[in-house]
Ligand binder design. Structure first.
Ligand SMILES: C[S@@+](CC[C@H](N)C(=O)[O-])C[C@H]1O[C@@H](n2cnc3c(N)ncnc32)[C@H](O)[C@@H]1O
Length: 248
C-alpha cells in the first residue's frame, strides 16, 4: 500500500501551488464543473429547500471548488469532503464557510475502508483529478467501498487523468494540452511552465497508476456498477462513472 504522507500532496507548498494554477493546468475546468452541475441537477435536482437532504461525498476535494459548484445550486445538500491534505481542507473550510451541512474529513483514500469516513447511503460520490494518484489495486478497493457506501440507485462520477491505448495518440493529446495550458495561462495571467506538468504526467511513479477509460470503467463493472462508461473526454481528461443498481 502506498502512503499519502510520501506523496507531494502532503506538502503545504504543493497544495498552494496547485490551487494557484489549477485553472491553467486543467484548461477544461469550467466545462468539467458545468458537466458535474448538470449531472447533479438532472438526477437529483428535485429538492430545492425541501425533503431530505441529498448526501454527496467528494473524494480528494482539494479546496472544495467542485462541491461549491453543487452547493451554489441551492439544492438541499449534505456534503462530506474528504482529502489527505490538512492544508487543502483548511482552504475548503474557508471557501465554503457560508454553507451549512458540511463535514470535512482528513483521510488518505487508503484508510477509508477502516475509518467509516464515507457516510452510508450516499446519493452521489464524486472525485476530481485525485483517484489517479493511487495504485490500480487501491482503486479497486476504493471502488468496492464507494459501491457499498452508495444508496441503491446512487451514482459514482470520477473526473480524472486517463491515457489512450496508443502512445502515438497520447503524444497528440499531450501536445494539445501543452498549447491549451499556455493559452489559458496567458488569458488568466497565470505564470506557468507546461513542461513541469507534462514531466509530472510522464514520471514513472505517476504513470504507473494511469489507465485507459475502458480499464477504469471495467473496474466499475467488476464491482457491480451498471451503465459504467465514459460520459465526456477531452484528451487525457475524462469524466466517467456508473450507477449502483436501484434494487441491490
Ligand atoms: C489535483 S488535486 C485536485 C483537487 C480538487 N479535486 C480540484 O480539482 O480542485 C488532488 C487532490 O487529491 C488529494 N489526494 C491525492 N492523493 C490522495 C490520497 N491518497 N488520499 C487522499 N487525498 C489524496 C490531494 O491532497 C489533492 O487535494
Amino acid at each position: 500500500m502506498s502512503s499519502f504522507e510520501e506523496t507531494e500532496w502532503s506538502a503545504v507548498d504543493c497544495a498552494a501551488d496547485y490551487l494557484k494554477k489549477a485553472d491553467a493546468i486543467i484548461p477544461q475546468r469550467p466545462k468539467l464543473m458545468g458537466l458535474l452541475r448538470s449531472f447533479y441537477l438532472h438526477f437529483f435536482g428535485d429538492n430545492l429547500n425541501s425533503g431530505q437532504p441529498r448526501k454527496i461525498v467528494e473524494l480528494g476535494s482539494g479546496d472544495g471548488a467542485f462541491t461549491e459548484e453543487l452547493l451554489k445550486t441551492g439544492q438541499n445538500i449534505e456534503a462530506t469532503l474528504i482529502d489527505g491534505s490538512a492544508e487543502m481542507l483548511t482552504r475548503a473550510r474557508l471557501r465554503l464557510a457560508s454553507f451549512q451541512g458540511l463535514r470535512f474529513i482528513r483521510s488518505p483514500f487508503q484508510k477509508l475502508t477502516s475509518n467509516d469516513a464515507i457516510p452510508e447511503g450516499a446519493d452521489l460520490i464524486f472525485s476530481v483529478l485525485a483517484i489517479h494518484h493511487i495504485s490500480k489495486e487501491e482503486k479497486q478497493e476504493l471502488c468496492e467501498l464507494i459501491y457499498a457506501s452508495l444508496a441503491p440507485g446512487g451514482f459514482f462520477i470520477n473526473i480524472d487523468d486517463c491515457i489512450p491505448s496508443s502512445s502515438l495518440i497520447e503524444d497528440w493529446h499531450v501536445e494539445r494540452w501543452r498549447k491549451e495550458v499556455i493559452e489559458k495561462g496567458a488569458e488568466l495571467g497565470i505564470e506557468i511552465d507546461p513542461q513541469t506538468y507534462i514531466d509530472k504526467h510522464n514520471a514513472p511513479e505517476h504513470r504507473k497508476n494511469l489507465e485507459t477509460v475502458a480499464a477504469l470503467c471495467g473496474t466499475l463493472d467488476a464491482v457491480g456498477f451498471v451503465g459504467a462508461e465514459c460520459f465526456y473526454r477531452d484528451g487525457i481528461f475524462t469524466l466517467y462513472g456508473g450507477q449502483k443498481p436501484a434494487a441491490s
